[in-house]
Design a binder for this molecule. Sequence first.
Ligand code: NAP
Length: 508
Amino acid sequence: MAYQPVGVRLWTNLYRFITLDGVSNKTAGIVIIGSGFAGVGMAIKLKAAGYHDFVILEKAAELGGTWRDNTYPGCACDVPSHMYSYSFELNSGWSRMFSPQEEIWEYMRRCADKYGVTPHIRYGRHVVALEYDDAARQWDVTTEDGTVLRTNAVVSGIGALHIPSFPEISGRGVFRGTAFHSAEWDHSVDLTGKRVAVIGTGASAIQFVPRIAEQARQLTVFQRTPPWIHPKPDFAFSPRARRALRLPGAARTLRNALYWALETRAVGFTIDPRLMKVPETLALKHLETQVPDPELRRRLTPDYTIGCKRILLSSDYYPALSRPNVSLVTDAITEIREHSIINATGAEHEVDVIVYGTGFKVTDALQRQHIAGRNGLKIQDAWQDGIETYFGISTAGFPNLFFLLGPNTGLGHNSVVFMIESQVRYVMDCLRLLSRTKARALDVRPERQREFNRRLQERLNPLVWNAGGCRSWYLDEHGVNRTLWPGFTFEYWARTRKMKPGAYELIY
Ligand code: NAP
């Protein structure tokens, strides 16, 4: 070990002691898992309430979740930044309507620093198990390095979109060129002059395809299902506009206007798929304007109701597909060979690089976790008929375990940061109840959870995500929607504003 002066060693040990970091670190009042928008947002509110005995366990070396991991060219948010940010930390300085990844990541780090959350983050701590001790009414949180942390409550802010999904295509392993996933972009690879294949045409791919089309000698885009795309109303805020947004109330007014504008999009999603005709017409017009070639247009026209999969926003994806060095392949991929991709027509496409824009293992993120609740109940057994929670936050049999951005709280029309903030408020309310009643833990009543899910699924059944004629990651293997909230976000906000003590069993 390198020599350190006594003063430095003393300070390091004191710091570790104060911050609960080190070998003696065996307990924490609350453990938060993940330091994305959810984990950091939870920590900020804990601190604001005067609660400091918590740690955030983060598997990576930096905070930021999605906005740390996704660094692909062109990565930006497809929700306006003034809405895709914390309501308590408005940022009049956003450079664009839809800010790029680096700026969002920077915003998150700034928030964590400003609210004193950063010292609570323990990096390189990948949580591998959560086990509830019935006698002590506490959780043991085990990290990959074997450390066990005892805690009263766990808040999971891991989200669902972080385990890259690779398609099961015969021969994928034999490819001799370079291959990587969009969420693990290999920036050491210079795509200039290369023959590049992109597999997938989802939210990530449509952002990086226009960028890499400018570099690659030949870009072949393999599309399985065409997405519906709306124009992206993106623009840079001028220095003058940014100054104006600093005026009292200006940024708040813009945020409110954006909120209600986005919320109106929920009408078709949450009431009746037939109302999706308006956005469908807009998307068809966009396609017609941007793709003059009728044959290409035909292959880019979806055959399912708009909104069934996420509606994408882009003004440069279609033009990129019309470039002479870009081709769109719509026949299924049947095989990957050492230097090529074969499609169902037997055509062989020689490539140097494959970029997988094939999304994430959504259900794995939740279901593969080692979580044992009351009486050793495994989460997989609790969820054997499908993932079920109460408002996406609590699940019966797992006291004091709270999910942020849990099942059925995703959105197709507005900012998930809004949902996160509602959930954080709810968890704070639960913690206050525990403190008031001196109960050690609370566990949602199974019958309340069942009833909540029965109604939720009843509402989801006729909606566009279920009935729109597509297959998306919103649905599980049985075709049940375990991902999205079926209503307006203000409904979720209103229903989670105060937790209902009657829905929970208090454990003393
Ligand atoms: P995605 O939307 O799930 O898209 C995956 C793409 O890969 C789809 O086009 C899919 O085709 C295709 N694919 C999957 N398996 C395939 C296979 N075996 N053969 C051929 N194609 C295959 O993934 P993503 O683009 O990474 O986005 C995931 C989610 O992240 C989004 O839905 C969104 O919620 C979020 N996201 C958000 C932003 C933002 O700006 N806020 C940006 C990027 C991503 P099919 O459609 O046929 O399945």
